[in-house]
Design a protein around this ligand. Structure first.
Ligand code: FEO
Length: 394
């Protein structure tokens, strides 16, 4: 059923209940592709849905108005989870105009190879629909070059594209009664999609303040629509963009014959003795996108790998590649691991962590073959020391 956000403005998106993988990001809670319909003199559709869901979206629009009455389409973002059904919609409704950013025009043209009636908009451009006015705000690299947001001035609704979104399937459309796991999914989305762009998020929040924009509703392209917890969502983004961290540490590892695992468990003991929040993640049982969600607010992590064929474990390499791309900031990190004869893994990890610009308070903890009780005691002591020296007070 279409859901009304404010008079004449409707959610007409779809819920993707069974999605479990979004280009490598694990989506255990499914997702939503939110599209919005504004019924005014110019009937306007803001974004579409992923390919394959167009029928459901058009049915939802049809509950309110004949889809062929749509005059304008606003495309806030080129990525295919929002533009994937655009071609079918354009064929059906034959819109007068498709409003998008200059990079949006480039991206949509490259994706769909069609001569559509694009109209480029920039920050500050406005569009009258009749009783309502849309204002556009370009947000390049949040998180694609084409990204922009659309603001419905009279009702103070921000159509925020991917920003403030979460991969989350639910019968609820609004944040009034948040399901218990929603904040985790919001955090996970930021950590896996927006983390590299923290300075741009900070700039955007400042721009919103400078423009004096206030919001009664924030309507992202994924997850719930906010009308109750807007302050909390904005404050979470401010905090994450500033890379603020908690007294929290993660121990992340893979292991061959449990030696590196024994070290990991000793580090956990030491960190717990320091009184900080600790999590232990085995790289073959925790998905890297979940580890990133937990790492977002952690000020310290230890990454362990045995040496395998003079190098690091493949799962550790995969994690490091993913982590490097997300450009984490304001964290201390150290490597550890067991080895049999050559022992390069700890050095390789330490170098990678240094190259990411993280604080490296220790050159790495290595143990030959099986750790003895004294070495486990040393690992525990090092965990406690790192927590006391590199994490904020509670
Ligand atoms: Fe939800 Fe960047 O697409």
């Amino acid at each position: 059923m279409a859901i009304e956000l404010v008079p004449g403005v409707y959610w007409v998106g779809v819920v993707d209940w069974t999605l479990r993988d979004f280009h490598g990001y694990s989506t255990e809670a499914g997702s939503t592709y939110n599209a919005y319909l504004i019924v005014d003199d110019k009937v306007t559709l803001i974004d579409t849905v992923k390919e394959g869901f167009v029928g459901e979206m058009l049915d939802r629009i049809g509950e309110i108005v004949d889809p062929r009455k749509i005059t304008y389409i606003v495309s806030n973002h080129v990525e295919m989870d929002h533009s994937g059904s655009l071609a079918e919609v354009v064929d059906l409704v034959k819109p007068e105009k498709i409003f998008c950013s200059p990079q949006g025009k480039v991206g949509l043209s490259r994706h769909y190879k069609a001569a559509w009636p694009f109209e480029e908009v920039k920050t500050g451009s406005e569009l009258s629909l009749g009783r309502y006015t849309l204002a556009f705000l370009e947000t390049p690299m949040l998180h694609w070059p084409d990204s922009m947001m659309t603001y419905l001035k009279e009702e103070q609704v921000l159509f925020s594209s991917d920003a403030f979104g979460a991969h989350f399937a639910a019968s609820a459309r609004f944040d009034d009664e948040l399901p218990y796991n929603y904040w985790y999914e919001l955090k996970k989305y930021y950590a896996n999609i927006l983390l590299p762009f923290g300075p741009l998020v900070t700039k955007l929040l400042k721009q919103v303040e400078d423009l004096g924009l206030s919001f009664k509703v924030i309507a992202p392209d994924h997850g719930l629509i906010y009308r109750k917890h807007i302050g909390k969502v904005l404050d979470s983004y401010r905090r994450w963009a500033a890379a603020e961290v908690d007294p929290k540490a993660l121990v992340i590892y893979d292991t061959m014959w449990h030696s590196t695992e024994m070290l990991a468990e000793s580090f956990v003991q030491g960190l717990m003795d320091a009184g900080v929040e600790v999590q232990l993640h085995h790289l073959r049982t925790s998905h890297y996108s979940d580890i990133l969600a937990e790492l977002l607010e952690a000020g310290l992590f230890l990454l362990g790998s045995p040496t395998l064929n003079n190098g690091i474990f493949p799962s550790v390499g995969e994690f490091l590649t993913y982590l490097k791309g997300l450009k984490p900031k304001n964290k201390a990190a150290a490597a550890f691991g067991s080895y049999g004869w050559s022992g390069q893994a700890v050095g390789i990890i330490t170098e990678e962590l240094k190259n990411m610009g993280l604080t490296i308070p220790h050159e790495g903890f290595r143990v030959k073959y099986i750790p003895d009780p004294e070495e486990l005691k040393d690992a525990k002591a090092l965990g406690e020391k790192l927590a006391r020296e590199h994490l904020p007070e509670k």
